[in-house]
Ligand binder design. Sequence first.
Ligand code: IPE
Ligand code: IPE
Ligand code: MG
Length: 243
Amino acid sequence: MNPQHRRLPRHVAIVMDGNGRYAKARGMPRAFGHKAGVDALMRVVRVAADRGIEYLTVFAFSSENWNRPGDEVSSLMRLVLVAVQRHVPRLEREGVRVRVVGDRAGIADDVRRACESAEAQTAHNQRITLSVAFNYGGRWDVAQACRRIVASGVSAAQVDEALISRHLAMGFAPDPDLFIRTGGEVRISNFLLWQAAYSELYFSDRLWPEFGEADFDAALLEYARRERRFGALTTEAVAAAGA
Ligand code: IPE
Ligand code: IPE
Ligand code: MG
């Protein structure tokens, strides 16, 4: 086995997709699906913490989701305010550190304040870090990292991969080991583009509000079966090749 392979991912990233279809199937407005999506997230955070995952990063609102109808966008913004009020005290008690990653300049003051409050209330926690990608896009992230690097005045020769990684919004965490997308679509949709270079990808047909403990465990089991190589040969492959 490649020594870099740990059977349990340290960092799991999830594209929480399928809220709208979940609502539609029940004859409900899309906002109903988003609300159910928050409940699913609260269940999955608890499971991830129980399993010993150190970082859980979820895609909640993409840079491109502004292209949705205004009423859906405003219901998602309102949901942040409600979710912070309703769920952060419990997350705080359960040892969850909340971080919000994304372009804060582009969100309304009350939503930004709610994000800051969630971070401040949970900043001391160490059991698991829940990063909520909100107004986030992988391309935005690389661009903002470049802007900050240029502004810091380093020379071109000093720009390397490690420097870029440190300036990305998730610079505080290792790259995701396991990248899950629910809802049946098989694409990355501008999530952690740089950081997912060697992530194991896992696609589930389950709509996000229905994704639960058994689904999360199934993804972990599949991850444990994967053989990560990072471009190298494993010791088994080297032996089999007669090296
Ligand atoms: C994901 O669910 C949540 C957000 C993008 C905010 P969707 O709203 O994309 O649900 P579907 O894909 O339409 O079912
Ligand atoms: C990705 O889902 C973004 C989030 C889950 C927040 P989308 O539903 O926006 O992605 P596309 O449009 O199907 O690619
Ligand atoms: Mg979708």
